[in-house]
Write a protein that binds this ligand. Structure first.
Ligand code: PLP
Length: 409
């Protein structure tokens, strides 16, 4: 493998090569969505210009090619998270749909009155609302693992939160609002002792580190293509095959049936049972190309680069007077996200001022209002890093924050 060179990697991402407000773009909103490398854009173009056809349907060359590319992508993405079998990977629109799929296809049949669903106050709304909807429909209750002052889960509370009433434990692998990395393997082991299903929101997990669902020992892992160099509108739910086989269909329509009768029908084998209608064929192929691209760079090298950038960013941004950085103090426990406030400056103003400097950061509650409530704030500004970011990007951010300080004192 060649040495990791962020400048060379950067040149693979056309969108990074532009000016915004007459300044070279610094893109630090990767936790929201990443930019896309040429390899992914080429794969999309190739599909649409050469192979465009519906999958699993036509007995003609284009349909055959499209089906092969679509199913090859499933194999690549399944291998990416070390799934034992690519049939365990269901294509979805993204993490949000993957979690909703579980709450409906598994939850409606397996969660009942008096049962408990354990989540945490660190969750993205995608891993709260589907469970709230399920709890309301089924008369179950939601319980929460709380966070400490550094935004880490208080796992000492876990034994008292888990009981035979706990039907499911659903947690984020990595917090998008704080960067906290959760010890999923330990939590999964504890949850399984009481017979609970373990669902992981891996939207920020599969992005930065090599995920091994078998080693994590979880039952379901949900993730999105667009945060890991792939297209929008595609993602996946991985779940154990026996679990998928035991679940009811999620949506009905073409592709998901075996035989259709007037009153009753039977279902296609997994994963197709969960993929009603024409799928996002180009998206799946693009996500497969993204995985190839990331594997080519090397996930260990990406993780090492991001760790270095994170340490530099925390040191540089943290030393600006008035800045408060949220999330774990130990770098071991966090991912490449720096969520912060600066004195009395509203995060939206911070983001607007930075945008005028060509620097893209996120400002708001990051779809994690319970996190904001925990810290008694309405919003933070968030800089999130990826493989193509450099220390120069951090320096530009720090310069921009200097301007914010100049305005807000
Ligand atoms: N979970 C986390 C931790 C996220 O960061 C996000 C997106 O920001 C989601 C879930 C939802 O992902 P998507 O919008 O791709 O479905």
């Amino acid at each position: 493998m060649t040495a990791f060179d962020p400048i060379k990697i950067r040149s693979e991402f056309p969108a990074l090569d532009q000016t915004v407000n007459d300044k070279p773009l610094v893109y630090l909103d990767n936790a929201a969505t990443s930019q896309k490398p040429k390899a992914v854009l080429d794969a999309l173009e190739r599909y649409y210009t050469r192979d465009n056809a519906n999958v699993h349907r036509g007995i003609h060359e284009l349909s055959r090619r499209a089906t092969v590319a679509y199913e090859d992508a499933r194999i690549k993405v399944a291998q990416w998270i070390n799934a034992p079998d690519s049939d365990e990977l269901v294509w979805t629109r993204g993490t949000t749909e993957a979690i909703n799929l579980i709450t409906i296809a598994w939850g409606l049949d397996n969660v009942g009155e008096g049962d408990e669903i354990l989540i945490s106050t660190m969750e993205h709304h995608s891993n709260i609302i589907p469970w709230q909807l399920l709890a309301r429909r089924k008369g179950a209750s939601l319980r929460y693992i709380e966070m400490d002052s550094q935004g880490r889960l208080i796992l000492d509370d876990l034994p008292s939160l888990l009981s035979e009433r706990t039907k499911v434990v659903a947690l984020g692998h990595v917090s998008n609002a704080l960067g906290t990395v959760n010890p999923i393997k330990d939590i999964a082991a504890a949850a399984h002792e009481v017979g609970a299903l373990v669902v992981v929101d891996g939207a920020q997990g599969a992005v930065h580190t090599k995920v091994d669902v078998q080693d994590l020992g979880v039952d379901c892992y949900a993730f999105s293509g667009h945060k890991m160099c792939g297209p929008t509108g595609i993602g996946a739910l991985w779940a154990r095959k026996d679990l998928l086989e035991s679940m009811s269909p999620y949506q009905g329509g073409g592709e998901m049936i075996h035989f259709v009768g007037r009153e009753e029908s039977t279902w296609a084998k997994v994963p197709h049972k969960f993929e009603a209608g024409t799928p996002n064929i180009a998206g799946a192929i693009g996500m497969g190309a993204a995985v190839d691209f990331l594997a080519g760079v090397g996930m260990d090298a990406i993780a090492a680069h991001e760790d270095e950038l994170l340490a530099y960013a925390i040191e540089q941004v943290g030393s600006i007077e008035g800045v408060h950085i949220y999330g774990p103090e130990s770098l071991e426990e966090r991912s490449a996200v720096v969520s912060f406030t600066l004195g009395d400056a509203h995060p939206h103003d911070i983001s607007t001022i930075l945008d005028a400097e060509g620097i893209a950061v996120r400002a708001g509650h990051h779809c994690a209002q319970l996190v904001m409530k925990h810290f008694g704030i309405a919003a933070t500004a968030r800089a999130s890093f990826y493989l193509y970011n450099t220390k120069d990007d951090v320096d530009r951010l720090v310069e921009g924050l200097g301007i914010v300080r100049g305005i807000f004192g």
